[in-house]
Design a protein around this ligand. Structure first.
Ligand code: GLU
Length: 309
């Protein structure tokens, strides 16, 4: 059994919000409670949306919360580089090992060619499988997704089965503008960095079967997964700016108390009794148990960020 290793993988396209902070805290707690390493990996795959300033702020925010990491873009480590924008050669090598084809379909064409239930991506209809339909257009690369049911066991959400070929189809590994797809990069990097425990937001749960299928095709182990439900505002909707939820950088710059923030986040995840107003992440390690995390979305009490609980 390899040494436990967790990670937090922020995308530097904006500031961290309280939901991100909670995910980072829980991912860190899981790794540390197992006596494992912790890695921060910057997922700056989209050159148009990623900003170095966001990366700097995000790392400063995480440190301000009291989190630390053994490997990351600012501290280095044996599995670097830790920015996805610098890891292209790993993705090229992985792509070469998979059965792929080029595709020139646009999103609009795919939507028109297929029936997709509301809110879901259409299943790829196979248009370019035997050769691209529009040779003059830039080409994306898709994976000939193998048939068969994938089973995923999640430490929080439980058991899930998915036939990726039937429910998603041949999905994109490299976009037509040359950017690497998240699905490929995350699998290659988790494998290369020896990540054994992945805790992340439940919005990524629907990607997991695709990632497990890629891990199998590339001969990589499947990490243990834990998908944590969302953080809601007092009105029951996904916590956001309209609830007055401050971004982390703002709290830090305003001189807020990071231990009060950590206590608020920990309480929302059932890790701290009401009435404890301040806590350091380190103090939560000993009692952390991933299977006890809430399976339902939880409400964050913004009041306690600034005033005693
Ligand atoms: N970079 C992704 C995000 O910021 C997280 C990916 C992952 O944890 O697998 O949402």
């Amino acid at each position: 059994m390899s040494e436990p290793c967790g990670r937090y993988a922020p995308t530097p396209s904006g500031r961290l919000h309280l939901g991100n902070a909670r995910t980072a805290l829980l991912a860190w707690l899981w790794a540390r409670s197992l006596g494992g390493r912790f890695v921060v990996r910057v997922e700056d795959l989209d050159p148009g949306r990623s900003r170095a300033q966001h990366e700097r702020d995000q790392l400063a925010d995480l440190r301000w919360m009291g989190l630390d990491w053994d490997e990351g873009p600012d501290v280095g480590g044996p599995h670097g580089p830790y920015r996805q924008s610098e890891r292209g050669e790993h993705y090229v090598a992985a792509l070469a090992r998979l059965r792929t084809f080029e595709c020139t379909c646009t999103r609009k064409e795919l939507r028109e060619a297929t029936f997709a239930p509301h809110g879901r991506e259409p299943v790829y209809p196979g248009t370019c499988c035997e050769g691209v339909s529009c040779p003059e257009r830039p080409r994306a690369v898709r994976w000939h997704t193998p048939a068969g049911v994938v089973t995923v066991d999640d430490a929080v959400l439980g058991h899930h089965e998915e036939d990726v070929a039937a429910e998603v189809g041949d999905f994109v590994l490299r976009r037509s503008d040359g950017a690497w797809a998240y699905q490929l990069a995350v699998v290659v990097d988790d494998g290369a960095m020896g990540i054994t425990h992945v805790l992340r937001g439940a919005d990524l749960w629907t990607s997991t079967a695709r990632q497990v299928l890629l891990q199998r095709a590339l001969g990589l182990p499947t990490p243990r997964y834990a998908h944590v439900p969302l953080v809601l505002g007092p009105d029951g909707n996904k916590l956001g700016k309209r609830h007055g939820a401050p971004e982390l950088t703002r709290l830090r710059e305003e001189g807020a108390d990071p231990q009060r923030l950590v206590a608020t986040l920990a309480r929302s995840a059932g890790l701290l009794a009401p009435g404890i107003g301040r806590v350091e992440p380190r103090a939560l390690v000993a009692d952390f148990e991933v299977s006890r995390l809430p399976k339902e979305d939880s409400v964050l009490d913004l009041e306690t960020l600034r005033s005693p609980a």
